[in-house]
Design a protein around this ligand. Structure first.
Ligand SMILES: Cc1cc2nc3c(=O)[nH]c(=O)nc-3n(C[C@H](O)[C@H](O)[C@H](O)COP(=O)(O)O)c2cc1C
Length: 202
């Protein structure tokens, strides 16, 4: 496989999406990609973070994860975005990062890359698909190549989300089946980006 650069850019308040992001990164790495796992900056005020001990704890636990920059997007052949569902949409922290990408977009530097998305919500019908589709709106504007997992691996029939890996956080931490779906998504995105790169070079 032609080596590709894959950025996994995520926001997570209490660790669920972080766990998914790690599995996505692992899948892309196993497919031979160079991977950057990056969190976006926390923008919530300390009072909000302090209102939930697990939020503050996760912030501390992931202090060593590098923050996403525009260079990570410019570097990447493929980008997977992860965010918790907030009222049926991606968390504002991830949107805040996306809203800094205007200069790259204007130069056409976000076009032609492969994009994919994953999420978590507290309940099964709490808006996972709408969150992933909302991120898709941005990928359209960028001229991206959207690569969803669909039902391209047996594990997809077990987790049942063809739009992107998702987890019901209210059921506890992601289990092995969901993590395998996340690895599959990372792998599929890396392999598709490699095939595109090889085809364009031919
Ligand atoms: C302001 C806010 C809005 C939320 N909106 C939804 C929602 O629309 N549907 C849902 O099922 N869960 C909702 N949740 C729960 C989060 O999606 C859930 O806590 C998150 O997916 C956990 O991911 P994390 O551990 O990576 O932060 C909301 C949480 C907050 C704080």
């Amino acid at each position: 496989m032609r080596t590709v650069n894959v950025a996994v850019i995520y926001y997570s308040a209490t660790g669920t999406v972080h766990t998914l992001a790690q599995a996505v990164a692992e899948g892309a790495e196993k497919a031979g990609a160079h991977v950057r796992l990056r969190k976006v900056a926390e923008t919530a005020p300390p009072e909000a973070i302090g209102s939930r001990p697990e939020w503050g704890r996760h912030l501390q636990d992931t202090a060593g994860v590098a923050e996403a920059t525009l260079d990570d997007l410019a570097w990447a052949d493929a980008v997977l975005f992860g965010a918790p569902t907030r009222f049926g949409n991606p968390a504002g922290q991830l949107r805040a990062f996306i809203d800094t990408t205007g200069p790259l977009w204007f130069q056409g530097k976000l076009a032609d890359k492969v994009y994919s998305a994953f999420t978590a919500s507290n309940t099964a019908h709490g808006g996972q698909e709408s969150t992933i589709l909302a991120l898709g709106n941005t990928f359209y504007h960028w001229g991206g190549v959207i690569v969803p997992p669909g039902y391209t691996d047996p594990v997809q029939f077990r987790t049942g989300n063809p739009y992107g890996t998702s987890h019901v956080a209210g059921d506890g931490a992601p289990g092995e089946v969901t993590l395998e779906a996340a690895r599959h998504q990372g792998r599929r995105v890396a392999e598709t980006a490699a095939a595109l790169k090889a085809g364009r070079a031919a």
